[in-house]
Design a protein around this ligand. Structure first.
Ligand code: ADP
Ligand code: MG
Length: 416
């Protein structure tokens, strides 16, 4: 029976269940082996109808490569099968999904995590290159995570991979433009080193939440790669704009994001003149951020105090609802703790805990005055929690910036 609509195809010996992802040619399903162990696997199903001669070759290379290699950071191909409609690659199941989704869900990854991922990626790549294999389609969608907690990276989708010794040159355009080395995009002539470019782009995306040359067309991409304009200046331009528009809190958070970029740059820049220029910028952003912080703090204090009468009324109306009372108590504890200015992490946890409860209660609350008040209270608490989070991030960025500025001048002139 052919697969109809979204129903997975049938494969004897397996029960195919949810769809894990779709790529250029394939749909990947989670599946169970019909044995006592019920082993979980991922099955990549390629419809034969969608294949032309080139993609058949790609698929055969993928099978050939994956069958011959074994590495802790490369997805394992357990078996492959086919029937009249499909070709099936039976692979190790990666419960953590792909790196693209992982980054998107967290917006950006902490440096500590990015560093571990980079090591694992480098390890897989070294192994591949030692076997004269180039992946040629490295991007977050093709990197899988073994588990959601403490994940191990697993390189996947060898659909474009090639046996290629380091001195081989190829002329075919492969991979995805945003992650492609410029020699691939512009000259369509490249060698095994193009994988390293993609790794750099992936690392940038992990740290900043978007690829460095995000573009809507080939022309824009080529222009961005060729230009020597610093990628991150967008943040500062945006911060200055918000500042001029009088949106102090947006400007503040953008300046802090910019600092997160410039401070490491200050450490790594080896050219003395450029280092001095960055140092001046960091100083300038810190002092503007401090002015903005004072502004935002005073206006938010008066705003937060305004909320009180409504809060008292809500408490009155919550008297016959013990669960609501308890959640409001946690919220009050969070506010009190915040005003004391003690442990921010604890305060944030209290906010999150009370908000979780209040949102559940809101869902069950019938229309009326109490619902309106509850809704307003939730919004006020969310704003406070967001504000606290921004403050925590900002303090971190600023102290990093100050530390960097306090660094002895000696290192400014290490080279040249
Ligand atoms: P394509 O060649 O069509 O791009 P991929 O091999 O990249 O196919 O798989 C498409 C998507 O399916 C991936 O981006 C990922 O989200 C999901 N996926 C693929 N293999 C697995 C696996 N072994 N475990 C979990 N999810 C997977
Ligand atoms: Mg893919």
């Amino acid at each position: 029976m052919a697969a109809a609509g979204w129903a997975p195809p049938r494969l004897p010996g397996f029960i195919l269940t949810e769809r894990l992802g779709t790529g250029t040619y394939a749909t990947v399903y989670k599946a169970y082996r019909k044995t006592d162990t019920r082993e979980v696997v991922a099955i990549k199903c390629v419809s034969k109808r969608s294949l032309n001669r080139a993609s058949v070759e790609n698929l055969l290379t993928e099978i050939e490569i994956l069958k011959t290699i074994r590495h802790p950071h490369i997805v394992e191909l357990k078996d492959f099968q086919w029937d009249s409609d499909h070709i099936y690659l039976i692979m190790e199941f990666c419960a953590g999904g792909d790196l693209s989704r992982f980054i998107r869900m967290r917006r950006i990854l902490p440096e500590k995590v990015a560093r571990i991922f980079l090591q694992q990626l480098a390890c897989a790549l070294k192994f591949l290159h030692d076997h004269n294999i180039s992946h040629l389609d490295l991007k977050p969608q093709n990197i899988l995570l073994s588990t959601p907690e403490n994940p191990q990276l697993k390189l996947a989708d060898f659909g474009f991979a090639q046996y290629m010794s380091p001195w081989d040159e190829k002329h075919v355009l492969r991979g995805s433009p945003l992650y492609m080395a410029p020699e691939m995009v512009c000259c369509q002539q490249y060698d095994a080193r193009v994988d390293l470019w993609s790794v750099g782009v992936i690392l940038y995306e992990a740290l900043f939440g978007r690829p460095p040359f995000a573009s809507r067309s080939f022309a824009e991409l080529e222009e961005k790669i060729r230009s020597d304009r610093a990628i991150e200046t967008d943040l500062v331009v945006e911060a200055v704009k918000k500042d001029q528009e009088g949106d102090a809190s947006a400007a503040l958070s953008l300046y802090c994001k910019a600092l997160e970029y410039f401070v490491p740059a200050l450490y790594y820049e080896s050219d003395a003149r450029r280092k001095e220029a960055i140092r001046a910028k960091v100083g300038q952003y810190i002092s503007r951020a401090e002015e903005l912080k004072a502004l935002v703090t005073s206006s938010s204090k008066s705003l937060l105090q305004q909320g009180n009468p409504a809060r008292e009324l809500l408490r009155e109306m919550a008297k016959d609802k013990p669960r609501l009372c308890a959640a409001l108590d946690v919220a009050s504890a969070a506010i009190a703790k915040e005003e004391e200015g003690k442990d921010d992490n604890d305060t944030l946890k209290l906010y999150q805990h009370s908000l979780g409860e209040l949102l559940l209660l809101l869902a069950a609350e019938p229309a009326g005055r109490r619902r309106e008040l509850l809704h307003a209270e939730i919004q006020a608490l969310m704003a406070r929690a967001e504000y606290l989070k921004d403050q925590m991030k900002m303090r971190e960025a600023q102290s990093m910036g100050k530390e960097a500025l306090a660094e002895p001048v000696r290192s400014t002139c290490t080279l040249q």
